[in-house]
Design a protein around this ligand. Structure first.
Ligand code: AMP
Ligand code: MG
Length: 322
């Protein structure tokens, strides 16, 4: 039977209240709900239930060694799940609600499904800013595990349409809250401790909040990431894959390439004609989706400057090309 969009609900304006009420019912019953955040659409389920968390892994086809980010309403809720030292508190106060994920030691009695952290002694927590995700957190009163709402390894979704194209009826409900403003996944920072003493911090994934901004708040430079296999298990070399070969740093397309431009380099679509990196981040996944759907068998992408959020864009593009 062809998939119908019967699992999509508008979640804007007057439709927001009823949509959140329905979504909260689905979440409480252990179901999965795709929900917009300021970064990308997430696939949410209650983080305190083994079955609900298993449903996320199943819908995405996600490998079980790749842990999930747990979303919370505020720092107070987060402190019931993870141990916040002075540096973690500083970062949460400065950047929450917002696109920063903190990897912290997990409380033994946090009441979370073990599968959320894929066997690690740490937990990744974030307090999101998007009004639809915040409304869902408030209505359920639960911590919500929510990875990006796409099949594992594919291009992240920044519209409800992207979610439906990737996951269709594999999820119980999709809330349509419009386009995601930031368009690129949260910055992930691990705060390091040894026997309760702070020893520094590491950047596990570049994102909308720069390493410089973190360093300015903590007053120290990042430590190198050690043993990346265990540190950031989801940082796979190949990710965000549009399903065809990708050539980076291209000044012009070959005959069989769909071109994604930036600044002065034109294309079939452009990340930002003005060379604005924030706009490029917001449009990145929509352009990769357009390239995936195009007739050409290959993609070419213009050079993106490697500073500010350009660092996060290039991180995602390298994985898309791997
Ligand atoms: P996503 O699937 O896009 O939400 O990405 C989640 C990211 O968070 C992946 O790169 C995970 O590896 C990372 N992550 C989640 N929990 C942890 C953790 N406890 N330690 C390190 N990285 C984590
Ligand atoms: Mg993802």
């Amino acid at each position: 039977m062809p998939a119908t969009k019967s699992n999509c609900l508008l979640a804007q304006g007057d439709a927001l209240g009823p949509a959140i009420a329905r979504a909260a019912e689905v979440i409480r019953a252990g179901g999965t709900v795709a929900v917009p955040t300021e970064t990308v659409y997430g696939l949410a389920a209650r983080a305190d239930s083994d079955d609900a968390v298993a449903a996320i892994y199943r819908a995405k086809g996600r490998p079980d060694f790749n842990p999930l980010i747990v979303h919370v309403a505020d720092q107070w809720s987060a402190s019931g799940l993870a141990f916040f030292d002075r540096d973690a508190r500083k970062l949460a106060s400065e950047f929450w609600p917002g696109p920063l994920t903190l990897v912290l030691p997990r409380h033994e009695r946090a009441g979370l499904s073990a599968a959320v952290s894929a066997g690690l002694p740490t937990i990744a927590v974030r307090c999101p800013a998007h009004p639809v995700m915040r409304a869902l957190l408030a209505a359920t009163g639960l911590p919500l595990a929510a990875p990006s709402a796409n099949r594992s390894g594919g291009v992240s979704p920044t519209t409800a349409g992207h979610v439906f194209d990737s996951l269709g009826n594999r999820v119980d409900l999709i809330l349509d809250g419009g386009r995601c403003a930031r368009g690129i996944e949260s910055t992930i920072v691990a705060v390091r401790q040894n026997s309760g003493c702070i020893v520094g911090w590491s950047l596990l994934r570049p994102g909308p909040i720069s390493a410089e901004a973190i360093a300015a708040v903590l007053g120290s430079a990042p430590m190198p990431t050690a043993g990346s296999g265990i540190e950031a298990p989801g940082q796979l070399a190949s990710h965000y894959a549009p399903g065809k070969p990708v050539r980076l740093g291209a000044e012009r397309p070959a005959a069989d390439e769909f071109m994604i431009g930036f600044g002065p380099v034109p294309g079939d679509v452009t990340l930002s004609a003005d060379g604005d990196l924030a706009e490029a981040a917001a449009r990145l996944y929509a352009c990769l989706h357009a390239g995936a759907a195009a007739a050409q068998p290959r993609l070419a992408i213009a050079p993106i400057p490697d500073h500010d959020i350009g660092l996060a864009i290039n991180d995602r593009l390298r994985r898309a090309a791997a």
